[in-house]
Design a binder for this molecule. Structure first.
Ligand SMILES: C[S@@+](CC[C@H](N)C(=O)[O-])C[C@H]1O[C@@H](n2cnc3c(N)ncnc32)[C@H](O)[C@@H]1O
Length: 285
């Protein structure tokens, strides 16, 4: 198991019925009362609220509100799962504080410790998660689960109805808290929207699933639209995408390994393509 990073100030440990790791410490996040999910059509109001939050509460972490429940959407036979592999999410003690390491802010610190700053890119996971969670595919209730595995081997689950912080700074705050405390609860509720879980990811995947790894280096170049159209609707599709700046994903557990373009794309762009192909297939507008 991967040990959590030390938490400053100490935290209350609670006995849990569900244990996902040796110990699990509940994290509560500061709540921005108005930062709750708004129905479509109230976007402008939401944007104004976010602006207000950003100017008045810059130092606070955004609460993670809950997006509309997909339970209201008629459940279909199959679901989509995303696994983000090799996510660059690592905590370091910079000066006196623990921070999520990134190439922009911690270049000197990383070089001093013999690390390559180019490897520290939490923005890739941030953009990838936004692309997944903001997709019409998710809003239509077709996303079953999202798992993220960090370069250090920490595996965590992100609930599909979790609303990720929009800004990178807030995202870093939430990730820092998650990696320290092992779970993040919903604003004002007890539900865990993000939680560290035990490896390997395969034990969390639906039984009837086809695991599809993505890499530019795969010799199997596919047209995503045709590829997903050919998949049976009874089968859960699990897409494994890298959330690192370079290198390849671990494809030990994948059933297929595909390239979706002749060009090297960002993880978020690949995810956008996957979601788009599935939205076309299922006529999600
Ligand atoms: C920033 S890229 C990493 C680049 C890495 N050199 C590679 O091609 O795997 C992040 C992820 O996007 C996905 N990716 C990028 N371009 C792709 C392509 N043309 N086809 C399939 N997947 C791609 C892969 O899953 C990759 O791990």
């Amino acid at each position: 198991m991967v040990r959590p990073y030390a938490v400053k100030g100490g935290v209350k440990r609670k006995k849990r019925e569900e244990v996902y790791d040796d110990e699990e410490i509940e994290a509560t996040i500061s709540t921005l009362e108005n930062n709750t999910y708004k129905e479509e059509g109230k976007d402008k109001e939401e944007e104004e609220e976010i602006d207000r939050d950003e100017t008045t509460m810059e130092s606070e972490l955004a609460g993670i509100p809950i997006a509309p429940s997909s339970s209201s959407v008629k459940k279909s036979k199959s679901g989509i799962v995303f696994v983000l592999e090799r996510a660059s999410l690592e905590v370091g003690k910079v000066g006196k504080t623990y921070q999520l390491l990134n190439s922009d802010e911690h270049s000197n610190f990383l070089k001093k410790h013999g690390k390559n700053p180019a490897d520290y890119r939490p923005d890739i996971a941030h953009q990838a998660l936004l692309a997944i969670l903001d997709s019409p595919l998710n809003k239509a209730g077709r996303l079953q689960a999202v798992y993220v595995k960090t370069e250090k081997g920490v595996l965590f689950e992100v609930k599909p109805h979790c609303r990720m912080p929009r800004t990178f700074k807030r995202f870093c705050g939430i990730m820092l808290q998650l990696l320290q405390k092992l779970s993040i609860t919903a604003t004002g509720k007890r539900e865990k929207l993000l939680r560290v879980i035990a490896n390997p990811v395969t034990r969390h995947l639906p039984l009837n699933s086809r695991k599809i790894g993505l890499s530019h280096s795969s010799p199997k170049l596919v047209q995503l639209k045709e590829y997903v159209n050919a998949a049976s609707d009874d089968m859960n599709l699990v897409f494994v995408v890298g959330a690192m700046s370079h290198g390849k994903i671990n494809n030990d557990y994948t059933d297929d390994f595909i390239s979706v373009s002749g060009y090297p794309l960002s993880a978020a762009c690949c995810i956008g393509r996957i979601c788009n192909a599935l939205e076309l297939k299922w006529k999600i507008l």
